[in-house]
Write a protein that binds this ligand. Sequence first.
Ligand code: MV4
Length: 499
Amino acid sequence: MFLKILIANRGEIAVRILRACRELGIRSVAVFSDVDRNSLHVRLADEAYPIGPAPSRESYLRIDKIMDVARSAGCDAIHPGYGFLAENPALPRACADRGVTFIGPSADAMEALGAKTAGRQLARRAEVPTVPGTQDAIEDPEAAQELARSMGYPVLLKAVAGGGGKGMRLVDADRDFAAAFRDASSEALNAFGNASVYLEKYLERPRHIEIQILADSHGRVVSLGERECSVQRRHQKVIEEAPSPIMTPELRKRMGDAAVRLARAGGYTNAGTVEFLVDAHYNFYFLEVNTRLQVEHPVTEQVTGLDLVKLQIAIAAGHRLPFAWETITPRGHAMEVRLYAEDPENNFFPSPGKILSRHAPSGPGIRVDEGVYEGWTVPMDYDPLLSKLIAWGNSREETIARLRRALDEYSTAGIKTNLALFRRILAERDFLRAEIHTKWLDELLRRPQPAAQSDASRTDAAAVAAALWQATRNGAAETAKPESRWKHAGRHQQLERLL
Ligand code: MV4
């Protein structure tokens, strides 16, 4: 087993990884940029070293600096987390050159599955269903338009190097094809330095369901089942759950088998995720492979009882997976919400700043993965994910009730958060019935807020606000107990709900 692991990341995922290291008796080494000197991952790690200024290009993306720390600190392995360098084959290559183990797939497997068209071709060879469309990047736009006509509109143009909806264009009619092709290409060139785009038949309102796989270096590949990630805002996942409410044992077996075949065909090792779109008739189509640990991995952990980070480390150390996937059945239901420092009133714009007070929920069935603490300042330089709130229950209903209860216990002051968005989603009839698809949340947010409150109730709320404010002040003056700030935050939050 490894003696010391360098964690090439920050925030909640760095904390998550160092916790696994601690449980395994492995020393953890954090790296940090200038603005992360006081971050939680730095405080909790066994050792921590600076790697440069705030912009990630000059710190968390600098392979040379990270490899220097790995050598000088004597690390025998590197965990990349997600984002930053996690899917960059240059990091496993640099590790191989220096005799350090990369905790993830090989550079070759990353490349075989990373580019979207390469993934589609591999899927075809592995007999994994793909959305009808071109196998390669479009060389001849007129031939591609001919294919679009024969498949029927709408079609979707996608960037070969893509992700996150960039370089993607929906084409509704033949006359729009040429312009959409030009737009998609130039956007792809801008975003990824690669203008290549390919074509797919557009699926209306599909679900996004992904399969978590693990592959050891001895040829065993297992599926840990699915996560439903259909609730997204502008291609950013907002809520994830396991199992998918539409899943049957039979469909799970077919999707799991497909994901395992693809991983085998790509020579994949370690943890990975195979993404699928699923249509209203339960047909599934391969979308892409994420060659990393994902943000939403905890929902799989909660329903399988496995620790994915420990398993990643064990696989990288050459251990055999200790189970076959026929033995894995999800138990109960798990759901995760991503709390961000962003302002729902201002188009979810990032809202960094100092966390003046906060209280995190706990109690039965609640897990909180986070990289923040009271008094810490959320920097403006990175993704403003504060906290992942994960609920587990025996049923989807119990899980939702626990998640709502936990959201009511959660309070932060000093920064804006997207907490209210989750209260809204968790009260929506469609969501409660699990009648969701990839466009559902964007459509919900385009509708005006339901039940706009009357002037009378606003006046009442203002009176309550004044009374509470007075009471809080009196309390603070008399006692000044440390918990008074929590109470204040709690009252503040109750008020926000009234207003
Ligand atoms: C699609 C699709 C419908 N049909 N492909 C969006 C991001 C990219 N990774 C794949 N995406 C989609 N591809 C076909 N042929 C709909 C989406 C899509 C989507 C997919 C997953 C999660 C959220 C989404 C939101 C809008 C569109």
